[in-house]
Design a protein around this ligand. Structure first.
Ligand SMILES: *[C@@H]1O[C@H](CO)[C@@H](O)[C@H](O)[C@H]1NC(C)=O
Ligand SMILES: *[C@@H]1O[C@H](CO)[C@@H](O)[C@H](O)[C@H]1NC(C)=O
Ligand SMILES: *[C@@H]1O[C@H](CO)[C@@H](O)[C@H](O)[C@H]1NC(C)=O
Length: 164
């Protein structure tokens, strides 16, 4: 194991990826198990978001209340298309915690993910399940400077712009 760097805001890990082509998106139903702490009767995208919040929002900044309709498409920073989450933009929300695997990476329709300017630490999970991802912003956090989990994204998506 290599000793990890101490948390630092510099240099920012900023990866901006854009694909100009639209790919036809297919919706797949997964039967994978979700963390038992969260009700498995919820829509899978709501489970993914709540699972992320449970580890990434230790200060409880995101007001993801479970209303009667479980309308996660109305939650802060979330945008949907046809009932599936396509954007998660949680910039400068004061999030503190980690970005666990098997949370946002289950949002298989996700196109834009921004976690810019929070206090998230630890490794970035494998993002390869996010095969629709077009733009990714992780800068200004305390993530381990370990790009291995991003290799898939950078090799699979044509970059029209890349800022590091
Ligand atoms: C970063 O987020 C904090 C709140 O957590 C905010 O006060 C600050 O203005 C943000 N900085 C930038 C450059 O957006
Ligand atoms: C980078 O992180 C992955 C998992 O997060 C780990 O398997 C790998 O050993 C790490 N690489 C380095 C060089 O630390
Ligand atoms: C990536 O770009 C190259 C050259 O611009 C192009 O030939 C190729 O089809 C593109 N691939 C995708 C998946 O867009």
């Amino acid at each position: 194991m290599t000793p990890k760097t101490t948390p630092s805001l510099l240099p920012p890990l900023l990866l901006f990826l854009v694909v100009l082509l639209f790919s036809s998106s297919t919706t797949t139903i997964t039967t994978a198990q979700y963390p038992p702490v969260i009700n498995s009767l919820l829509p899978s995208d709501a489970v993914s978001l709540l699972s992320f919040k449970s580890k990434a929002d230790l200060n409880n900044k995101l007001l993801y209340a479970l209303n009667e309709r479980f309308d996660y498409c109305q939650w802060q920073g979330i945008k949907c298309a046809q009932g599936r989450v396509v954007r998660v933009v949680l910039q400068s929300f004061g999030l503190r915690g980690t970005f666990p695997s098997d949370t946002l990476t289950r949002l298989d329709q996700l196109r834009v993910l921004s976690l810019t300017n929070n206090s998230l630490a630890g490794p970035v999970p494998d993002l390869s399940p996010l095969f629709n991802l077009k733009s990714l912003f992780l800068n200004h956090n305390y993530f381990h400077r370990n790009f291995s989990s991003l290799y898939f994204v950078s090799s699979q998506i044509n970059r029209s712009r890349s800022l590091l």
